[in-house]
Design a protein around this ligand. Sequence first.
Ligand SMILES: Cc1cc2nc3c(=O)[nH]c(=O)nc-3n(C[C@H](O)[C@H](O)[C@H](O)COP(=O)(O)OP(=O)(O)OC[C@H]3O[C@@H](n4cnc5c(N)ncnc54)[C@H](O)[C@@H]3O)c2cc1C
Length: 386
Amino acid sequence: MDHNLTPELQELRRTVERFAHDVIAPRIGALYERHEFPYEIVREMGRMGLFGLPFPEEYGGMGGDYLALGIVLEELARVDSSVAITLEAGVSLGAMPIYLFGTEAQKRTWLPRLCTGEILGAFGLTEADGGSDAGATRTTARLDESTNEWVINGTKCFITNSGTDITGLVTVTAVTGRSPEGKPLISSIIVPSGTPGFTVAAPYSKVGWNASDTRELTFSDVRVPAENLLGKEGRGYAQFLRILDEGRIAISALATGLAQGCVDESVKYAKERHAFGRPIGSNQAIQFKIADMEMKAHTARLAWRDAAFRLVAGEPFKKEAALAKLYSSTVAVDNARDATQIHGGYGFMNEYPVARMWRDSKILEIGEGTSEVQRMLIAREMGLAG
Ligand SMILES: Cc1cc2nc3c(=O)[nH]c(=O)nc-3n(C[C@H](O)[C@H](O)[C@H](O)COP(=O)(O)OP(=O)(O)OC[C@H]3O[C@@H](n4cnc5c(N)ncnc54)[C@H](O)[C@@H]3O)c2cc1C
């Protein structure tokens, strides 16, 4: 279904498909088992320009857009989701806030190295008591006028790419004051890695995405210059809503890739595996299951690409992005379950890619807005919210 893609995007898709097959597939199983971050693969993706895909060339980017990013994420996730989420979080959550809301000086300072993958950025929004309800942020930042510095205190949890050897910054949301009505003013502030008082915990032990980096972050009287404020004070809430709207398209493309990877593996296995004297794929029960899996992956692709086309065209895309994220994450979980079933006992063995896909699928219904949150957004866009 590449007919509506430009020749450049078709070529990009083929290049990343080959990269995923030749470079990621042979290495990722061992890294995943050992819970190791894929530094060498990330370096190669940096050399290919993937971390700079949707950013202008003047900042070291490739001059592409969210459609190009989605195409790449889908191809990566067909083979492995830890690598795909490392790119997604690096681009959508790490670099994009700086590109969209940063001053010229902030862009010049950070984007060139983020675009080459020399450093990774992270986005620290979630807290122990505020995930879906991210407006419940408790982290605070106080401006010390004597030194013209923000003083940040608080804890963030589940932050992707925040503690690797190449993490360069985390953009954190913090309450910087109160509006005249007494509402918290949430602002975004760039905190460079290694700033005194900024502590990164050991990686979480996760069910899936085991070759990606996820950490808890603590800020104890962390001081950064006043000019590290991203955009205007009090705009942090609006900023992360925008970032998450766009990020949903990227996660949806990633989920579609996982759903398609399950189809790829199942078709292969159904032809190879014999039971009762014939390939299991000659049974209609298996054929129908795989046909349904293909239908779901195909429809998920239509959904995320529709949202991406709208975003790129400057049209409203909020509802379509939420629909795509909700649908693609649901079918990723469906396809991972069915692919595992088709593989029988081998599907429960970590050496088979479908076992990894099964473990990696569940988070897609949770991260960057749970399925319930997507339903809330869709209903709100339909004028149904109270
Ligand atoms: C591996 C991983 C990586 C992550 N990376 C990042 C990152 O880089 N940056 C970052 O900021 N965050 C990150 N997160 C956090 C993630 O975005 C949150 O976990 C997610 O938004 C859900 O928040 P929560 O965990 O607090 O769940 P909660 O908000 O506590 O929700 C619990 C359950 O209640 C449901 N629920 C909540 N409110 C309602 C409602 N009003 N109506 C119906 N149901 C409701 C939810 O849908 C969910 O099922 C990551 C999480 C994980 C696991």
